[in-house]
Design a binder for this molecule. Structure first.
Ligand code: ADP
Ligand code: ZN
Length: 210
């Protein structure tokens, strides 16, 4: 099963991707996590992406397409994969089509902008493995510590209020058109994001089976 998770930043794509990944045994691929890892290791990719990311803008399509080509060529993607945060523009979606990647389902998690702002400001991510938490909605067992790996939880630089507004803006203008793109293929399933994480999971799993 080849899946795409669509939705605004903070809609809960990453969290649902991890759950589906464990359930179906296919890798969840987050371009955001790949770029953050590159940044941490100060690779050429990381250095190129930094300024875009810090200001809440998209990293150029050519860079993203290169990343995704390389990642999907790896062995663990043979039985399927979940794309989280990619494609994020129409040219990225077209590039996947041109690569011959067949997408089975696209799940769009819908959340109102006001709720996104509340969520992102409380988001914390693991510095080591990228798992994400929320101070109210999904707190770790021990404050500031990752359940999965014991790493330190931090606030992302792009989760600052002004940057959140810019990311929402970018989402509405550049990413939202993908809903139409995939609706035309009949693969789009819409899930209304719920305040309770587990409720969103139920709806997401139901959409996978529908
Ligand atoms: P979120 O979904 O919370 O906005 P991500 O972790 O998916 O965050 O991405 C963080 C940042 O990484 C984005 O704001 C953007 O700068 C960059 N990025 C990640 N994926 C893509 C992509 N597919 N296309 C362009 N930029 C991307
Ligand atoms: Zn961790």
């Amino acid at each position: 099963m080849n899946l795409i998770l669509l939705g605004a930043p903070g809609a809960g794509k990453g969290t649902q991707a991890e759950i589906i990944c464990n359930k179906l045994g296919i890798p969840a691929i987050s371009t955001g996590n790949i770029i953050r890892e590159a940044l941490k290791n100060q690779t050429p990719l990381g250095l190129q992406a930094k300024s875009y990311m810090d200001s809440g803008d998209l990293v150029p399509d050519t860079i993203i397409i290169g990343i995704i080509k390389e990642r999907l060529a790896q062995d663990d993607c043979k039985e399927g994969f979940i794309l989280d945060g990619v494609p994020r523009t129409v040219p990225q979606a077209e590039a996947l089509d041109e690569m011959g990647v067949v997408i089975d389902k696209v799940i769009d998690i819908e959340v109102a902008d006001a709720d996104i702002i509340k969520r992102l400001s409380g988001r914390r991510v693991c510095e080591s493995c990228g798992s994400s938490y929320h101070v109210h909605y999904n707190p770790p067992v021990n404050e500031g510590v990752c359940n999965a790996c014991g790493g330190k939880l931090i606030t992302r630089k792009d989760d600052q209020p002004e940057t959140i507004r810019e990311r929402l803006n970018v989402y509405h203008t550049q990413t939202e058109p993908l809903k139409d793109y995939y609706a035309k293929t009949g693969k789009l399933k819409i899930v209304q994001g719920q305040e309770e994480l587990s409720e969103t999971t139920k709806l997401t799993l139901a959409a996978l089976e529908a």
